[in-house]
Design a protein around this ligand. Structure first.
Ligand SMILES: [Fe+2]
Ligand SMILES: [Fe+2]
Length: 180
């Protein structure tokens, strides 16, 4: 990334780092569940709670309400990749819903462990490829074209969303998940 990486981009990169660490932990736990033939319900509930708030509401909220509109306004050619990213955000939301439903069914002994593990692995794969695309396309464009004043405005926009969602508490939850 550029030496003078914009605050608006750095901020999103930090979110990606937190999410990557949590899904790395999730992946290790899924391997463990497979070995043991049993799912830790409490781990999965903590993961779902974190992902719904931090990834779906907070991070995707910052991208869709603050960063993407700033980019689109400055460079109309970003419209198509932004549409693709928004579709993938919806796909992630659907995976989270599916994992939650399957986890409930697993708790009621209606489905097996693979029904919870498979959509969880699909979600991990989607998040990794999504972050790769954002970082290599839209974040790079953002670093190039966002002027200083727009950079500050975008960060203000993020901070409003973070306040609503208690970002600090969510960061603590991420630490707990990584240790659990
Ligand atoms: Fe995204
Ligand atoms: Fe992102």
């Amino acid at each position: 990334m550029h030496e003078e990486t914009k605050a608006a981009v750095l901020h999103l990169l930090l979110d990606h780092k937190v999410v990557r660490e949590v899904i790395d932990r999730l992946e290790m736990k899924l391997d463990e569940f497979e070995r043991k033939g049993e799912i830790s319900i409490s781990f999965m509930l903590s993961f779902l709670n974190f992902a719904k708030k931090f990834l779906d509401k907070c991070h995707h909220g910052k991208e869709e309400k603050c960063f993407f509109p700033a980019l689109e306004k400055l460079d109309a050619s970003t419209e198509t990749p932004i549409q693709v990213m928004k579709l993938e955000h919806v796909e992630m939301k659907n995976y989270l819903k599916e994992i939650e439903e399957k986890l409930n069914a697993y708790m009621n002994k209606e489905v097996g462990i693979e029904d919870v593990i498979n959509p969880s692995r699909d979600l991990i794969g989607l998040i990794r490829s999504h972050f790769f695309k954002e970082e290599n396309i839209l974040f790079r464009i953002g670093v190039e074209i966002i002027p200083k004043d727009e950079d500050y405005k975008t960060v203000d926009c993020y901070e409003n969303i973070e306040k609503e969602l208690d970002h600090e508490k969510l960061l603590k939850e991420a630490e707990e998940i990584k240790k659990s």
